[in-house]
Design a protein around this ligand. Sequence first.
Ligand SMILES: C[S@@+](CC[C@H](N)C(=O)[O-])C[C@H]1O[C@@H](n2cnc3c(N)ncnc32)[C@H](O)[C@@H]1O
Length: 338
Amino acid sequence: MQYSIAHRASLNYIGSKYRLLEFISQAIVETVGDTTALTLAELFAGTGIVARYFKGKVHRLMVNDVEGYSYVLNRNYIGNHTPFEYQTLLNELNELVGVEGRIYQYYCLGSGQGRQYFSDENGKKIDAMRQKIEQDFRNDQDLYYFLLASLLESADRVANVASVYGAFLKNLKKSAQKPLILKPAPFEITKNSHEIYQQNANELIRQISGDILYLDPPYNNRQYGVNYHLLNTIASYDDFIPKGKTGLREYGRSSYCQKNKVAVVFEDLIAQAKFKYIFLSYNNEGLMSVAEVEAIMSKYGRYSLRKRDYQRFKADKDSNRQHKARQTEEYLHILVKT
Ligand SMILES: C[S@@+](CC[C@H](N)C(=O)[O-])C[C@H]1O[C@@H](n2cnc3c(N)ncnc32)[C@H](O)[C@@H]1O
């Protein structure tokens, strides 16, 4: 499947559906038919790659995720839909002299805090760019989120982590030694505008309605607020005290990552959904079994299941760790609500 630049994978994201787009989009189109006049909501959007795929193919998108970095990415990739000129601004930001701001002070070795998520130079560059974006572009929301999304992705490319931000590597890996270059996060131009939210999915579901609901909640107990805490810090650039060796900030705990809570919140979501077609991505290693999901969804309409073999999330090859790719089964649970 060929994707345009706006559909490329952005972060190396846990549970990313980038490589499953064909499987998911085919199932949606085969179930629903022509999508062009329909509304699609994605409530656990992460990098927003599924919404990005459908951006020009549906009438309206509602895109949500509880994490701040995800809001930034989706506000840019989905929320932005009219063109503007940005190359000169990127050039200016790339020429800034680094400053010793929060990222340098909390997360770079040179500051003496003992953490090395970025090289000293890159940490200072992130600070300089982040401060300038806040000062000069806060009043132009489209540009602001475009530049922030560009910064998040560009910083992620030079982060000194195995793949997520739960911990940093002891030595600067090769990609982290390269200088940070702010590269654009280009979005697809569309006629229609779209809505972006940052809410708990179970709260949002009570406020919206539409035709297609795509759900991709976390599968296991790995909290996204821990694994991507540094991206939240770059996104919000707020005042806080980093905790412990890894410099974690306060984070929200999702009930979808908790074995004793997930079935209850999931059933509530399905019960409350004012959407005819519901699609749920989940894999065979999830906290809820296939049978549990089926039992819940079947109560609310006509249920079916599609599955596909899939190679699981793998840490990057540049890290010092050895991660073996694991074969899993990826499920798409389908409910036509009656
Ligand atoms: C499997 S990931 C989604 C990946 C996404 N489909 C992609 O391809 O990038 C699950 C997402 O659910 C979000 N999340 C977890 N609990 C949530 C909640 N209660 N409400 C909304 N979003 C939540 C996480 O922040 C995470 O981005």
